[in-house]
Design a protein around this ligand. Structure first.
Ligand code: ADP
Ligand code: NI
Length: 227
């Protein structure tokens, strides 16, 4: 490494080290699946996918660390959340291209009922994939029930018809969330490596649902017998 890249690397490490406690403090009261450990998993997955796909690991890690600080569920509005992150970036990052890139990723990466435009840059695609992967598999299942619990939603409602509800509407069951979002995600992965990981996590969710319905239906029969 020459002196210039060494210096640049030291600056990058410093920014990441400053972002960590900021994000921890911003998300410390969250119980809806956006806690620090979600951020940490998404950051690690982003670095792993970035390495496989040849994306800039710094932009990926920084965007992953900051991605939920701006979440509209945790702020007065989406714009207020984005302004907050932008202010932080201006205080700590002096490369305007990095600031613009990270802000663009954060502003458009959420699932939003599948309504957001496709991610334009490879780094954006990587971080979006990492965030979506954390909604899948064993951890995704756990987060879904935590989210539902935090909103007072029920676990499952047989014969439900939520077709008229908006994507974010309250009152839908946790199991319904698998169909409105989670089971669709594997086909929406941007990168090849994330698609491979998503495939495995998808299979776990399918197996989980199969077992869930088996147990649910056995209980039905037992209840009927017992009167
Ligand atoms: P993102 O940060 O990608 O936009 P969300 O904020 O939509 O993700 O979701 C955070 C976590 O909560 C995810 O694991 C997601 O699947 C889960 N979740 C979101 N909406 C619901 C819901 N209506 N019921 C159950 N879980 C949900
Ligand atoms: Ni997230």
């Amino acid at each position: 490494m020459n002196r210039r890249t060494e210096q640049q690397e030291a600056i990058r490490v410093d920014i990441i080290q400053k972002a960590e406690p900021y994000v921890q403090q911003q998300l410390e009261h969250d119980h809806s699946g956006h806690d620090w450990w979600h951020i940490d998993r998404v950051r690690k997955l982003s670095i792993e996918i970035a390495a496989k796909e040849g994306a800039d690991p710094f932009v990926c890690e920084l965007a992953a660390l900051l991605h939920d600080v701006a979440d509209e569920k945790l702020n007065d509005s989406k714009q207020a959340g984005l302004d907050k992150v932008e202010q932080w970036l201006h205080l700590h990052v002096n490369d305007p291209d990095v600031i613009t890139h990270v802000m663009t990723i954060i502003a458009t990466m959420s699932y939003n009922g599948g309504q957001n435009p496709p991610m334009e840059t490879l780094e954006g695609q990587v971080v979006q994939d990492a965030d979506r992967l954390d909604a899948l598999g064993a951890i995704g299942i756990a987060r879904t029930f935590m989210y539902a619990g935090s909103k007072g939603s029920i676990m499952h409602e047989p014969g439900q018809d939520y077709s008229q509800y908006e994507y974010r509407a309250a009152g839908k069951s946790a199991i319904y969330h698998f169909y409105e979002k989670l089971l669709k995600l594997k086909d929406l992965m941007n990168t090849t490596y994330a698609r491979e990981l998503a495939e495995v996590r998808h299979q776990w969710m399918e197996m989980y649902l199969e077992q869930f319905y088996k147990e649910w239906n056995v209980n039905d029969i037992q209840q009927n017998r017992g009167g």
